[in-house]
Design a protein around this ligand. Sequence first.
Ligand code: HEC
Length: 169
Amino acid sequence: MRKRSISSRVLAAAAVASIAAAAYLGTALELRAGAPVEPAPYLPSISDLMISTIQPRHIRLWIAAHEGNWEFGAYELGNLKGAFNRLGHAHPTVEANSLPDMVSAVTGQPFADLTAAVKAKDLAAFDKSYADLTSACNSCHQALNHGAVVIKVPQQAAVSDQDFSPRSP
Ligand code: HEC
């Protein structure tokens, strides 16, 4: 007897669940037929942008110069600067500091030196200013209590699906 009452309760619960599921589906279908649901705006965090827009370009710039592809190097240097600008627009402040001001304070000189080195196709000058840029990355991480994020000069080409060798003229 007891056994039976448990199984009828289970059946009743299943029935309630399927009514609820049908109601939910009905609402979902109504929503689909009615006004479009606006997606929530998504603002990638500073770290999202660091790993998606800054870090890959920091690597690719180095590969370009070490492959002797100065044309691509100039292109990627421009993209890296642009990525920092967009980061500053997306996140104007970080821990009560102006993010764009911090970026220009630490990257201004290395970027100017890198621009000159790329233009002159001078690998020694490039390596020096690239090391300065890399120190600039770390000085900001340390200043903003993210000293655990340590950036270094790449050791080898690590983008396996792109040919960085210079185009033949
Ligand atoms: C203006 C300051 C600033 C500069 C300059 C800067 N960063 Fe960052 N970076 C940050 C902050 C702040 C974080 C941590 C964000 C967080 O976790 O909310 C971060 C985090 C990172 C991370 C870790 C992201 C993760 O999720 O693991 C990487 C990688 C990174 N930065 C790369 C770089 C590189 C490469 C450069 C230089 C080309 C650079 N950053 C320059 C402020 C800076």
